[in-house]
Design a binder for this molecule. Structure first.
Ligand code: PLP
Ligand code: COI
Length: 354
């Protein structure tokens, strides 16, 4: 891999108050960019001062959403060092998303170096307040400045980073989730398993409607039968029913979450039976009515492990775990965040120290 050229910002920004962060609002001093041209491959890997991009108004990304992104975090440990959680999982998933959206693969060493070198340069921005971290947003965009619907021959891989606290204003208090029955987010064969902007654009209307009703996010049903539970806007979901853990299987329209993967591993380590399978909304509500639904939670990089205290479908509402965080949800939160912030042993080798 060629050397990354670094141009430092002449003036450094004032850092925000890390006790009161708004998710994704305060970008650091620098960003990473590499260009791709068909026939030439990836070139000009560089870190430059954070600034607006100059993009041709006809660029494919602006019209046909030729873009994919990732999300991971850098954590400040008690001894002041900085570490990443499973970054290669993000790099590999990024390339799977690229494949689906006809973007070029980013070589793994370049993809990882863009992340690690930017975090190293802006390491002063990794906050140390409780439950804060540096959120890392790598993304790839298609830039060909022509309006024909074709894959781009000029693309960029960019990484930006920002200090963040809790994603939800609720913090670790249970969130309220609304089951969306009108709009669908994704179907098998579509782009649901890719982390691409279009999926999120498709979710915005339902998200706003749910917020107006007082809900935090929507829970998507499958796009074909409109019956089976898929995932929440920014997280995968898990349920504890009659002592077992249930989570929707990776059916092609659900994101293969890295937090999901990690929670399944921890749950199995602790002896829980984990069923990855189709779960209908009806099955879930039936379990809630009979008292078998013991806990519900979401998993995601931004959302970490978020207890779900209420589920609503149409006029029917069910309260989960007395609207309190359940014991398994709490244990998952404690152990996962313990590993991420370096307070707990890392038996699966998930941590990369910087
Ligand atoms: N599902 C969706 C739609 C997401 O946006 C996210 C967030 O990245 C997740 C699930 C959770 O994935 P991960 O745990 O890799 O962050
Ligand atoms: C993440 O958890 O990294 C996400 O991408 C969620 C989101 C803010 C879209």
């Amino acid at each position: 891999m060629e050397q990354i050229k670094i141009t430092r910002a002449a003036v450094l920004k004032e850092k925000p108050d890390c006790a009161n962060l708004v998710f994704g609002k305060y970008m650091t001093d620098h960003m990473f960019i590499a260009d791709y041209h068909e026939g030439q491959g990836w070139h000009d890997a560089r870190i430059v001062p954070y600034a607006p991009l100059a993009i041709d108004p006809a660029a494919k990304v602006l019209h046909y959403a030729q873009e994919i992104f990732e999300g991971l975090k850098a954590y400040r440990t008690q001894d002041g060092s900085v570490q990443l959680f499973r970054p290669m999982d993000n790099v590999r998933r990024m390339n799977q998303s690229c494949r689906r959206i006809a973007l070029p693969q980013v070589p793994e060493d370049l993809a990882l170096a863009g992340i690690t070198e930017l975090v190293r340069l802006d390491r002063e921005w990794v906050p140390s307040e409780k439950d804060t971290s540096l959120y890392i947003r790598p993304f790839v965009i298609g830039l060909d400045p022509t309006l024909g619907v074709h894959a781009s021959r000029h693309c960029q891989y960019i990484v930006i980073v920002c200090p963040v606290g809790a994603y939800y204003p609720e913090g670790l208090n249970p969130v309220k989730i609304y089951i969306e029955e009108e709009d669908v987010r994704a179907v098998k064969g579509g782009t649901g398993m890719a982390k691409t902007g279009g999926n999120y654009a498709a979710s915005l209307r339902a998200g706003s409607r749910a917020e107006e009703k007082g809900y935090t996010q929507v829970l998507w049903l499958d796009g074909v039968h409109r019956k089976y539970i898929e995932e929440v806007g920014a997280m995968n979901v898990m349920f504890k029913v009659g002592g077992k853990i249930l989570t929707p299987d990776l059916n092609g329209s659900v994101l293969d979450g890295i937090t999901r993967r990690s929670c399944i591993q921890l749950l199995k380590d602790w002896g829980y039976e984990v069923e990855e399978r189709r779960i209908s909304a009806e099955e879930l509500f039936e379990a809630a009515r009979s008292g078998a639904l013991e806990e519900a939670w979401g998993t995601g990089t931004a959302a970490v492990v978020s207890p779900i205290g209420e589920l609503a479908r149409g006029e029917e509402k069910v309260c989960v775990s007395r609207n309190e965080i359940g014991a398994v949800t709490q244990r998952l939160y404690d152990v996962l965040t313990g590993i991420q912030w370096g307070r707990e042993a890392d038996p699966h080798g998930w941590i990369m120290k910087l």
